[in-house]
Design a binder for this molecule. Structure first.
Ligand code: ATP
Ligand code: MG
Length: 664
């Protein structure tokens, strides 16, 4: 397909994208397919015929200290157990076995600090550091089964801490560094963490935020928390409480260098992690060892077509999210990959930093969130165009549905139409990628996560009959046990059953997302169940309407909610952010309404458009539509602990009040 050559011209790019939107599918490039790890579609049938054999083949890629006796214990659904009787250790699989195989000199992490600092850490170095810190944790009284909290920014010590915990069988509970100290306290209290690993201060776009002192303000009276380990990272002065607080560097310096990895039960808890809170109060997801590692290593290998000898892989998420757990730490390290770890934001020191990093490290695989792609799109193609991105060969997205416009921008501007895009659908609960293209096999459609990964069974069920939908919309479910799935909600087994297994019974995991199956059998995840709007009997997904609105050339981002309406049952309200410094007027409103009418139908046109400088998002960058519903209906806001910027909701509440006053 012919594309305009001047990518820096925004209007020309929009014309190109409009042309591309007509193209329905993108085949894997022939050159890519030829060398892909998986390029024969028969893999899907093989895995479907005998899923247990497929997962066994994946589990056999790991090193086990003791083989399992039973692949799957499904006697008491949904409390499944995988690889029962087997013993292994996650940190051994991520470190020792690569070093023992002579790959100790390979760089595990190219760490890059906000101010350009660089630190390359090899597998051998990482192993040495993890062993020392694991011993130091033991010296502080941490034993197998004790929960350890981790509240650290994107510095190598966060990876070291997680692996040190895994080495001694202490489940970690990582709290994203952008959360407030109060959120940390709540999570430490609930999980009865014995020890917390944190830092003196964290870099935030050129400034340093004090961390330890903030932690002290809220943590003082927490009886269960016996020790706090402080990583001296930014030299921020902080108070140390006698008998409770110790510095990381001091305890590591005196610790024994040898700490053999503890052989742990396949079902030993590896970690607890709270969900991002888009729909409700965060849930404490519990993941165990054998099944989880099997899932993350297999998906990381095949979804990204990982060639550990030559690839440089970068997942631009934060370790504090499940994406970071599975695809910065456990998946890539298990597979012996070389990764990049970036400390900072995508717009500091400048809006082209991501593309500078890709050129600097020769990154071949990039995995990021649609929200980041939309931000880059808003900043313009000039930034990436300044850099040589020719090393890239696979592009991934995760976290939200990706609007076709953003998908195409990613495909063209970042991937030069050469790189397959893997739009990966999964959740904190699933632990690993569940629905995704395989880059050497799947013909992709912008906005569709396509098909379940081999060995995964997903269906779209009709909301009223519960029967599988062959074409059309319904509720997304997983119909068979899968090794990487959560085992329960930590200390809330009743909530676990209630949330996921009360709707269709104990064999069917209710995902909580609505999805559509198209005539080719492709799955389109269109958002959370609550994010479906019913206008005059037409059931619309918010994602679909948002994608139509974003297709308007002036629009950067949009969030849609349903509002009660006398005539139509529900009416659509759209919160819209325009490109750059554009200001919205009546003409823009009409333009947007026309674009939606064009792409979906007149009934889907937003009744109200509310201009927003920004949208309320979780700290992982997802739009919190439930807060928008509260705002539109003038209610008090629900749980806001995971909201990134409270100023955004305050501003929108003001604006809605003004609009209301003007309407009356
Ligand atoms: P909570 O469960 O607390 O409301 P959350 O669902 O946002 O928070 P996560 O587990 O981080 O927490 O996110 C998983 C959800 O993200 C999925 O259920 C889905 O709604 C959305 N999602 C993730 N990847 C994709 C994707 N590729 N396409 C569409 N939606 C996605
Ligand atoms: Mg969820």
């Amino acid at each position: 397909m012919a594309l305009g050559s001047d990518q820096s011209d925004g209007a020309a790019l929009d014309r190109d994208l409009a042309g591309l939107l007509e193209v329905e599918t993108f085949d894997p490039p022939a050159a890519f397919r030829e060398h892909a790890l998986l390029n024969d579609p028969a893999v899907y049938e093989q895995a479907a015929r005998d899923p247990q054999a497929w997962w066994v083949a994946q589990a056999e890629q790991l090193e086990w200290f003791q083989p399992w006796e039973r692949v799957l214990d499904d006697d008491d659904p949904p409390f499944y157990k995988w690889f029962v009787g087997g013993k292994l250790n996650a940190s051994y699989n991520c470190l020792d076995r690569h070093v023992l195989a002579g790959r100790g000199d390979r760089v595990a992490l190219h760490w890059r600090g906000e101010e350009g600092q660089e630190r390359d850490i090899t597998y051998a170095e990482l192993l040495a550091e993890v062993q020392r810190f694991a011993n130091a944790l033991k010296d502080l009284g941490v034993g197998k089964g004790d929960v350890v909290g981790i509240y650290l920014p994107m510095i190598p010590e966060v990876v070291i801490s997680m692996l040190a915990c895994a080495r001694i069988g202490a489940p970690h509970n990582v709290v994203f560094g952008g959360f407030s100290a109060e959120a940390v306290r709540e999570r430490m209290e609930f999980s009865e963490a014995k020890l917390l690993i944190t830092t003196d201060g964290a870099a935030r776009k050129g400034k340093t935020a004090p961390i330890k002192d903030r932690v002290d303000e809220v943590m003082g009276d927490l009886a269960t928390l016996q020790k706090i380990v402080v990583v001296r990272s930014k030299g921020t002065p902080c108070q140390m409480k006698e008998g409770r607080d110790v510095f990381y560097d001091e305890i590591v310096a005196t610790a024994d260098p040898d700490c053999p990895a503890e052989p742990l039960d396949s079902e030993h808890p590896l970690y607890i992690l709270y969900t991002s809170g888009s729909t409700a109060k965060p849930k404490g997801i519990l993941h165990t060892t054998g099944g989880y590692l099997t899932g993350v290593s297999a998906t990381h290998r095949y979804v990204f077509d990982l060639k550990p000898d030559s690839d440089v892989y970068w997942c631009a998420a934060d370790v504090g999210w499940v994406t970071g757990h599975s695809y910065i730490v456990y998946g890539p390290l298990c597979n012996g990959a070389t990764s990049v770890m970036w400390e900072g934001a995508p717009d500091y020191p400048h809006k082209g930093i991501w593309w500078e990093l890709i050129e600097r490290y020769g990154i071949t695989i990039l995995y990021c969130a649609p929200t980041a792609i939309r931000a880059c799109m808003k900043w313009g193609a000039d930034w990436p165009n300044k850099h040589d991105l020719s090393s890239l060969r696979v592009l991934g997205t995760v976290g939200e549905p990706i609007n076709p416009k953003a998908w195409l921008w990613y495909h063209k501007v970042i991937g030069s139409e050469r790189c397959p895009i893997v739009d990966t659908w999964w959740q904190t609960e699933t632990g690993a990628i569940m629905i995704t293209p395989l880059p050497g096999i799947t013909a992709t459609k912008p906005g569709s996560a396509t098909h379940p990964f081999p060995g995964v069974f997903a269906e779209v069920l009709d909301e009223s009959t519960g029967e599988p939908v062959t074409e059309g919309q319904g509720l997304l479910v997983l119909t068979r046990p899968c090794p990487s799935m959560l085992r329960t909600l930590y200390k809330e087994p009743e909530r676990f059953l209630q949330t996921y297994f009360s709707r269709f019974g104990r064999d069917t995991y209710l995902v909580g997302d609505a999805a559509r199956r198209d005539s080719d059998g492709y799955i389109w995840v269109i958002g959370r169940i609550d994010d479906v709007v019913n206008v005059s009997g037409h059931r619309l997904s918010t994602a679909e309407v948002e994608s139509a609105i974003v297709a308007h050339p002036d629009v950067a981002e949009a969030a849609v909610i349903g509002e009660h309406d006398e005539d139509t049952g529900q009416a659509i309200v759209a919160f819209v952010t325009l490109q750059g410094d554009l200001a919205g007027d009546e003409q823009t409103v009409e333009g947007i309404r026309a674009t939606v009418a064009d792409r979906i139908g007149k009934f889907a046109r937003p009744k109200r458009i509310i201009w927003s400088d920004d949208l309320p998002k979780t700290r992982s960058g997802k739009i919190m539509r439930r807060l928008l519903r509260d705002i539109a209906e003038g209610r008090a806001l629900g749980d806001v602990t995971t909201l990134r910027d409270p100023a955004v909701t305050a501003q929108l509440e003001e604006r809605v009040k003004e609009l209301r006053a003007a309407e009356d």
